[in-house]
Write a protein that binds this ligand. Structure first.
Ligand code: ADP
Length: 261
């Protein structure tokens, strides 16, 4: 238990540090983006220079996305949790997941037999699935199968390998399994740390699973991983079930009359 607490504290201080850097960095990037946009407009008569500037602008965009991801799990920027149906969130992102993993990987979605309502930001839930799908894709360069299964599960409060441990109760479980290369225990131990990556420079940021961890724990849930080198990897995400109707999406009022015309 002491080890777990230490791990959690380490993650928190790493997260705070990363969040502070990301925030300052984001402001600097906004300035660079502004000046670059301006310079792009000014160089319409010099296509060579303009093309270079557009390259720079694209890189700034990538960096901005990266810092945005960092801020998501450290500060919870602009997050609007609501009661959301997991099945609906899953259905909404299925096409995007398919595009992300490519045609050489088969996507199998097994919906829950009963509706699953959780309290979370729907965009963040999709981010979790997307990050896990990207990793699964990278672990299956020669193709394979990605199974995404949603179900209800009762936890008795003393499950092993839960990060963090959860009190006993009913949970929504999301299981994401791939038939990829898997990972050895010394890698699996560190995957939720910000900036931990085994991918080549330029490919991995080490932020994908740190973001997943941040989003899931922020929503009162937990995540665990089971992996076997050469066989595949399974991530399990547990989120507390809420016994309430699903909320209307933010900015929409279900009681409002339909627009005329
Ligand atoms: P990144 O994808 O940028 O490396 P992540 O935090 O998403 O950062 O993942 C960290 C590391 O965890 C990866 O570099 C990889 O070694 C390992 N990993 C994550 N998901 C899987 C998976 N499905 N199969 C095998 N290894 C994985």
């Amino acid at each position: 238990v002491a080890e777990r607490t230490q791990q959690a504290q380490r993650m928190e201080s790493l997260g705070n540090l990363a969040g502070g850097v990301a925030h300052d960095f984001n402001n600097i990037l906004a300035i660079i983006a502004n000046y670059t946009d301006f310079a792009i407009e000014e160089t319409a008569d010099r296509p060579g220079v303009q093309a270079d500037l557009i390259q720079a602008r694209t890189a700034v965009e990538r960096a901005t996305n990266l810092t945005r991801q960092l801020l998501t799990f450290t500060r919870g920027d602009a997050i609007q949790p609501r009661n959301v149906g997991l099945g609906e969130a899953l259905a909404e992102i299925e096409a995007m997941l398919e595009r992300t993993i490519g045609e050489h990987i088969r996507l199998v979605v097994v919906p829950s037999a009963t509706p699953l309502t959780v309290h979370a930001d729907p965009g963040q839930l999709q981010q979790v699935l997307l990050n896990l799908a990207i990793n699964a894709r990278d672990a299956m360069p020669d193709g394979g199968t990605l199974v995404l299964e949603a179900s209800v599960t009762d936890l008795d409060g003393d499950e092993l390998n839960m990060q963090p441990p959860l009190p006993a109760g009913r949970y929504a479980k999301l299981e994401i399994s791939d038939t990829g290369e898997g990972m050895p225990p010394e890698v699996a131990e560190r995957i939720f740390e910000p900036f931990f990556t085994t991918k080549p420079r330029g490919k991995g940021t080490g932020l994908g699973l740190a973001t997943v961890y941040g989003i899931v724990t922020e929503a009162g849930g937990s995540v665990n991983v089971y992996s076997e080198p050469g066989v595949g990897t399974t991530f399990r995400i547990y989120l507390p079930l809420v016994d309430a109707p699903v909320d209307a999406p933010a900015g929409q009022d279900r009681t409002a009359p339909p627009p005329r015309g």
